[in-house]
Design a protein around this ligand. Structure first.
Ligand code: NAD
Length: 518
């Protein structure tokens, strides 16, 4: 097999037949990246940031074409391709074009004791980094990592998902059109084997977004070469609806949070925890709204939910739904595939008996939400945390101080209050998880630091401050006493600190005067 055929999941139509990158060519690709990176790293950060503005211009000019290919290859509605992928990408470019040069500038560290010396942090590019990405946000996710890697002075070898290779190639196209130097970004096309071959070339760091199972393989392979990794993995995100919540607002948030992109979002609302007092009206209103959703292929922006992108995902839905049924779960709505099996009807499953089943504990990654109830805030927090994932959680309430207090107890990377999912698209704020959702951050200043090495530069404050350090050889009695007295500076009381001063000074003078440092 030397080509990859990409298809529209709504129709089966062939979108493109693409040449696979051979494993043998990876050595040459890697060498080209290394040599391009050396020159790119010498371009001042301000100049590198100016390329991002040029890239933004190309992105906006070619937006319609990009929206079309994202929607056709992934299946998501065109509106989602625009609002959840292209606009956040333009916003992210704006943020990093403006802020990256400042964030990447050297930083002074104030020293407590060593006042005659100075320490600076110097951020320098890692080198050649690998970006390996999934298909559910085929544009925004890799694009964000690529932009941050490039502005930090790295070269990137990018492997898009084999499910959405055409979108990956469009990213390469717009970067070239924006005038980025040749080979600072190279896109390789292939399946997991090619991803593994890329890791074996020993990039400086791997930025992986995908499933927990593959994340573990990536980390294992990286460990063999001692390569650092950023892992952005799956989620089983909980939405907690407190009894004071506005039901219209809460159900709309639950609807969009669980069903947009057909629920194929790492941060999708997959568990809805509703206070028992409002469960019935909440459920009825949510079901009524689900009935109004238009599911079908994306044509002229007239659908809300597209098809299931990946065939193998459907067996996960079936297995989880069957297990839940067997345990006595109530299927409030949905639960069936369309006759051509391209769609799963938006599904709501309820019942306390599902809490230990896979539909409630494992990632579904589809248009399915599981609803259970709670009696108290403490119970809601405990239930939300009782999961191996920790990506995002949301709280819907009018009581913001209470929600903030709850947020601080949730074991996740992000908590949104009266919002869902969308901060994954903000360039300014960090994105990433804890527990099985992975580690490391992307987006934001914190994310940018993932793309650089830190070099600590320690130096005299001035060139005339040039004397041998008092802790160098030889070790002597005066030296010991001087240092022992010095320790008193760390006492709490000022009296204790000052009391030793004459003694200290006398010893110090003897030490300096009598003892010659080697
Ligand atoms: P996946 O793990 O199957 O594949 C991800 C990428 O890894 C693909 O490009 C694939 O070709 C590559 N790959 C596969 N095997 C590899 C190997 N051995 N070595 C190197 N690369 C290899 O995931 P997917 O199905 O594409 O995406 C869905 C998953 O991604 C879900 O679990 C979802 O939650 C997660 N995801 C997480 C985030 C986040 O920000 N945390 C965002 C989007 C998706």
């Amino acid at each position: 097999m030397s080509t990859l055929i990409s298809r529209n999941p709504a129709t089966g139509e062939i979108i493109q037949e693409i040449q696979l990158t051979s494993v043998e060519s990876m050595t040459e690709i890697f060498e080209r990246a290394q040599s391009a990176q050396k020159q790119w790293a010498n371009v001042p950060a301000k100049k590198r940031a100016s390329y991002l503005l040029q890239l933004r211009e190309v992105l906006v000019q070619r937006a319609d074409e990009l929206i079309d290919i994202i929607s056709r290859e992934n299946g998501k509605p065109q509106f989602e391709a625009l609002s959840n992928e292209i606009i956040p990408s333009a916003d992210l470019l704006t943020f990093f074009a403006k802020n990256a040069p400042r964030v990447l500038k050297d930083q002074r560290i104030p020293l407590v004791l060593m006042k005659h010396r100075r320490s600076d942090l110097n951020y320098w590019p890692i080198g050649v980094v690998a970006v390996i990405s999934p298909w559910n946000y085929p544009f925004l996710l890799p694009f964000a990592d690529i932009v941050m890697a490039l502005v930090a002075g790295n070269a990137v070898i990018f492997k898009p998902s084999e499910v959405t290779p055409s979108v990956g190639l469009r990213i390469q196209d717009i970067c070239s059109e924006a005038g980025l130097p040749p080979f600072v970004l190279q896109t390789v096309i292939g399946t997991g084997d090619l991803g593994a071959a890329l890791i074996d070339k020993k990039p400086g760091k791997i930025f992986f977004t995908g499933s927990v199972a593959t994340g573990k393989k990536v980390m294992e392979a990286a460990a063999r070469h001692l390569i650092p990794v950023n892992l952005e993995l799956g989620g089983k995100d909980a939405m907690i609806v407190l009894p004071d919540a506005d039901l219209d607002y809460a159900t709309s948030a639950a609807l969009w949070g669980s069903m947009s992109n057909s629920g194929q979002i790492c941060a999708s609302v997959e568990r809805i925890l509703v206070h028992e007092r409002i469960k019935e009206p909440f459920m009825e209103l949510l079901k009524a709204k689900i009935r109004l959703l238009r599911q079908g292929p994306s044509v002229d922006g007239r659908n809300d939910i597209g098809p299931i992108t990946l065939e193998k995902q459907k067996s996960i839905y079936s297995q989880q739904m069957e297990e839940a049924k067997a345990k006595g779960a109530t299927f409030e709505i949905g639960g069936e595939f369309s006759s051509d099996r391209r769609y799963l009807a938006p599904t709501l499953v309820s019942g306390q008996e599902i809490e230990e089943t896979s539909i409630y504990q494992e990632e579904t990654f589809g248009p399915v939400a599981a609803i259970t109830t709670f009696k108290s805030v403490a119970e809601a927090i405990e239930k939300a945390n009782h999961n191996r994932y920790g990506l995002l959680a949301s709280i819907i309430t009018k009581n913001i101080p209470l929600a903030e207090d709850m947020a601080r107890q949730l074991e996740v990377g992000t908590v949104t209050i009266n919002e869902v999912v969308y901060t994954a698209g903000l360039g300014e704020t960090p994105w990433g998880g804890v527990k099985d959702s992975g580690f490391g951050r992307t987006h934001s200043e914190a994310g940018l630091y993932e793309f650089v090495n830190v070099r600590h530069i320690h130096k005299p404050r001035s060139s005339w401050l040039y004397f041998k350090s008092p802790w160098w050889f030889p070790y002597t009695t005066f030296q010991y006493i001087t240092f022992r007295l010095l320790l008193n500076l760390y006492r709490r009381s000022w009296v204790e600190k000052i009391k030793i001063f004459p003694h200290f000074l006398w010893n110090f003078i003897q030490f300096i005067k009598l003892e010659k440092r080697l």
